[in-house]
Design a protein around this ligand. Sequence first.
Ligand code: SF4
Ligand code: SF4
Length: 176
Amino acid sequence: MMGLTDLFNMSKPEGDKQKELIRQLAVLGVKNPSLCFQCAKCTSGCEAMKLLELQPHSVMASVKTGFLDEMMNSDVIWACVGCFKCKERCPQEMSPVDVMFILKNWYVMSGGSLPGDYQNLLQGILSTGYIQEPVEVLDKDNKGWSREKLGLPKRGHPKNINGFMSALSQLAAEKL
Ligand code: SF4
Ligand code: SF4
């Protein structure tokens, strides 16, 4: 597989896509990535940095320079677990996580296939309305707690899964 450096060396910045990215970020209330001053506060708190060496500030640097296709087609963006810490930490009100969500959406809309783990999540949403079944959580004494033991109501399911999926698509179209 080609590295990002190889891809960048073969390509030119894409102005139109950059404008579209800025527009979609504005819809989400996020400022223009050009304001990123590369302080790397996002990377210092990134959960995926610890395990998968994701560097959100490097993603922002690539996006700033307009190499969007390269980021969209790299494995890097799929390492993001969507914890939103980068957005919370950014002193410039940037949002690397939203940039990666948009690039992931573009990749799938352009015909790219989802990585395996994401297909499992999608399958869960399609069949139950949730990304996973509820699991027990452990307290400090290693005792397991289920929803029932915690007195939480039973989890429901969408009654009309087709209507649910159509509502999801409509919401996505309205947001972006
Ligand atoms: S996105 Fe924000 S936190 Fe990350 S490098 Fe840019 S300015 Fe710093
Ligand atoms: S949302 Fe993604 S990029 Fe941001 S801190 Fe979490 S894992 Fe890192």
